[in-house]
Design a binder for this molecule. Structure first.
Ligand SMILES: Cc1cc2nc3c(=O)[nH]c(=O)nc-3n(C[C@H](O)[C@H](O)[C@H](O)COP(=O)(O)O)c2cc1C
Length: 335
């Protein structure tokens, strides 16, 4: 399949793996890129720019296909040394960066000078237009259903994607709630040039996380995520667990006066406990509603191959079938 996104990043399939803290290591990024998508290493999971340089080199050893790095701009008092992280990306020869969080505006000159394609993840049309204005090459439009930070507007992708299509000139991918061929074909229909998946890629053989995490994803339904940190305007969609129950209790008690230090134990340092040690009740970790569509743990290549094969069937048989008047009593089964 050829779209503006496959052309922009020089990839075979219009599928991107979003940056994920303590998941987006070289193993997963390389597996996605080797399967024809765009794999992304999560920059800030590497505690220093030197460690990121090593992770990029490790990924380069595992694939000769294009891959990218995620840079998340956090609202924090002690900002990570972003210029040094960008230098590591540039020196590692990486040509794609997924930015997220705050606007990447101040770093655009450095990224563009290094001939790096920038895809900014946005949860609103206005932020997408800003990204376009400051020179981003593409955006990842992240709907309310997404795992991680959906912003504060609460607009799901059925509305957000066509709105983005109406306003944007640069290409965009649909992010949030994407799991299979149905997601891809729907996203393409609504104007996207591909899709970005987070949660779905965690339940793959190559995702370098504890088996308990993959098991929890297969067992959970679409009813098992919840929003936390709303009162802090730092809303995050996470998988329910006893640590999160405790967090919600504190949020209920404190109401609008909630401060980040009130929930420090339930949100800080949770990722290594969950992803490395498999402590599933450790606290808040991002997970999308799409978890309700995850029923197996394939290899990344099996996942991507079946998405692309099912997408072709969906388009050629079901959609063209409607036009040709072929009776279709029920939806085509996708794996
Ligand atoms: C466990 C996990 C960790 C994530 N960490 C980050 C991160 O560090 N930076 C970022 O930009 N997005 C992060 N995300 C968001 C994903 O990149 C992606 O935008 C999101 O998962 C898409 O929604 P989906 O989960 O419904 O596919 C994370 C998502 C998950 C599930």
């Amino acid at each position: 399949m050829k779209t503006a996104i496959t052309e922009l990043f020089g990839i075979q399939h219009p599928i991107i793996q979003g940056g994920m803290h303590y998941v987006g290591f070289a193993e997963l990024a390389a597996a996605v890129s080797n399967a024809g998508g765009l794999g992304i290493i999560t920059g800030l999971t590497q505690k220093t720019p030197e460690l990121l340089a090593k992770e990029i080199a490790r990924c380069r050893d595992m694939t000769d296909k294009p891959f990218g790095v995620n840079l998340t701009f956090l609202p924090s008092f002690t900002a990570p040394p972003y210029p040094e992280y960008i230098a590591a990306i540039k020196e590692g020869g990486v040509k794609a960066v997924e930015t997220a969080g705050r606007s990447p505006e101040q770093y655009m000159p450095a990224l563009k000078a290094a001939d790096i394609k920038v895809i900014h993840k946005c949860t609103s049309v206005r932020h997408s237009l800003k990204a376009e204005k400051i020179g981003c090459d593409a955006v990842s439009v992240d709907g309310f259903e997404c795992g991680g930070h959906p912003g504060e507007d609460d607009i799901p992708n059925m509305i957000l994607l066509p709105r983005a299509a109406d306003e944007l000139k640069i290409p965009f991918v649909a992010s949030g709630g994407m799991a299979d061929a149905r997601s891809l074909v729907a996203a393409l229909s609504m104007g996207a040039a591909g899709m970005n998946m987070g949660t779905r890629f965690i339940a793959t053989k190559e995702a370098p996380v504890h088996p308990n995490v993959k098991k929890a994803l297969v067992e959970a339904s679409e009813l098992d995520t919840v929003l936390v940190m709303r009162a802090l305007r730092n809303t995050e969609r996470v998988l329910k667990n006893t640590g999160v129950d405790h967090l919600l209790e504190i949020e209920r008690e404190k109401g609008a006066s909630l401060k980040i230090h009130d929930i420090h134990e339930q949100v800080a340092g949770v990722y290594p406990k969950v992803m490395i040690d498999g402590e599933m009740d450790a606290g808040a970790w991002s997970c999308g509603m799409v978890v309700g569509l995850i029923h197996d743990i394939p290899t990344v290549r099996e996942l991507i191959d079946r998405i692309m094969a099912d997408a072709e069937r969906l388009i050629r048989e079901r959609l063209v079938g409607f036009l040709d008047g072929v009776e279709q009593s029920k939806a085509l089964k996708v794996a």
